[in-house]
Ligand binder design. Structure first.
Ligand code: HEM
Length: 403
């Protein structure tokens, strides 16, 4: 039996505090039995090697034969339950990944780079116009991801306001009414964009979706295409916004590390990887304090523990990123650290399709920000920042900064 170090211990406490779990975790080697907020049992895995291995194990996935009766993380809310298992579910998912992957190709993202730089420059101009203190979340972190997605989806300027509003509503998963309002606005709008591109193709995501519909209308129904588009949009906004907030808080709190990037801007890629590794952000669809939920599709034995078919497994990517058997001094921010790919984008069959775009936004933003605002710092103690999602303690609703 492994005795958990501080990260696992912190995770176990957080689990009880944030999810209101009654019971303590029972250790079974690398796998610990615990209880979720909805009162369901779950297997918690927090060491780096096992988390990584299980993320790529096809016997654990997001499907369940009986989603309504399955163990889950939260008692209510749209996130947390598994998806319905069908014989075609995995194949359909693969087809969706191929389509979305093509839409987010390296070539398309390279073409987007200068535009992202312009967007960042514009947002930082707005920040610079403030009287040496401002809300960084309102002026930069919140608008940046929607503005980038407007480009990717070819949203005309005069429709951008509605688009941004729906996006912000749709990612408010702690406020289900607001979330439904957002999705109700977004879905028909995205379908309209695809229909426009069937008539008049361009080089954007709706054009790729329209082409898929024209090639195989039986599979790529408008409903499926709208689902794929909404997945990109919803998955793309919240975690990127939270990652920007979280990274600013961490980096600005460490004067030496901030100075290292200021003096050697080429360190920014390393710095972003390290900030992502340390970050506690979660992705849409995986919104638990432990990162990634999976359900066993068959009995699976892990380190001597048998996880039965249908049981819930929580792959704690955050604790795994602090596993000192994987990384030395795991809690220290070190922008010179290399070679430790973060698990924050997951791994395996569901690996984040937007990881290159997220990294690009963070790198462009932090390189430009540190160059233009070399003395930026938080204007409030880090502990006083209100989180965007109170259940998860990530992101912010406002980030006062001064320079
Ligand atoms: C820092 C920002 C981001 C983080 C931390 C993040 C994290 C993740 C994680 C952990 C998953 C895997 C979930 C699982 O295994 O169940 C995921 C999936 C996904 N992400 Fe991201 N993501 C980010 C940004 C983005 C962006 C910018 C986009 C697109 C614009 C995006 C699109 C997607 C999509 C489409 C999936 C679903 C993949 C699948 O189910 O096969 N993400 N993301």
């Amino acid at each position: 039996m492994r005795v958990l170090g501080p990260p696992g211990w912190v995770a176990a406490v957080l689990f009880r505090v944030l999810l209101g779990s009654e019971g303590g975790a029972m250790a079974h080697g690398e796998v610990r039995l615990t209880t979720t907020a909805s009162g369901h049992p779950a297997w918690l895995v927090s060491d780096h090697g096992t988390v990584r291995r299980l993320l790529t194990d096809p016997r654990l996935d997001v499907y369940h034969e009986d989603p309504a009766g399955a163990p889950r993380c939260f008692a209510s809310g749209p996130f947390g339950p598994p998806q319905q298992w069908t014989p075609d579910a995995a194949e359909d998912h693969l087809r969706m990944r191929r389509l979305v992957g093509r839409s987010m190709s390296a070539r398309r993202l390279a073409g987007l780079r200068p535009r992202i730089q312009e967007i960042v420059d514009g947002l930082l101009d707005d920040l610079a116009a403030a009287p040496r203190h401002a809300d960084f979340h309102r002026l930069v972190s919140a608008p940046l991801p929607p503005l980038v997605l407007r480009e990717l989806f070819g949203v005309p300027d005069d429709e951008g306001g509605d688009f941004d509003g729906w996006l912000h509503d749709a990612i408010s998963d702690h406020d289900p009414d607001r979330m439904v309002r957002g999705i109700t606005g977004l879905s028909p709008y995205v379908a309209t964009l695809v229909r426009r591109r069937i008539a008049e193709p361009r080089g954007d995501v709706p054009t790729d979706l329209a082409a898929a519909h024209t090639e195989d209308p039986e599979h790529w129904t408008m409903e499926r295409l709208t689902g794929a588009a909404c997945l990109i949009l919803l998955a793309g906004v919240g975690p990127t916004m939270d990652a920007i907030d979280d990274s600013l808080v961490r980096l600005s709190a460490d004067a030496d590390q901030w100075a290292a990037v200021r003096e050697s801007p080429e360190l920014v890629e390393n710095a972003v990887e390290e900030l992502l590794r340390l970050s506690a952000i979660t992705a849409a669809g995986t919104r638990t304090p432990f990162g990634i939920p999976r359900w066993a599709g068959t009995d699976v034995t892990v380190d001597g523990t048998t996880i039965r078919k249908g049981e819930l497994v929580l792959l704690d990517i955050h604790a795994a990123s602090h596993d000192e058997r994987h990384i030395a001094e795991p809690d220290r921010l070190d922008v010179h650290r290399t070679g430790k790919t973060p698990l924050i984008f997951g791994a395996g069959a569901h690996y984040c399709l937007g990881a290159p775009l997220a990294r690009m936004q963070l790198c462009i933003l932090f390189r430009t920000l540190i160059g233009r605002f070399p003395a930026m710092r938080l204007a409030v103690p880090a502990g006083g920042i209100r989180s965007r999602d109170p259940r998860l303690a990530v992101g912010s609703t406002g980030l006062p900064v001064a320079w």
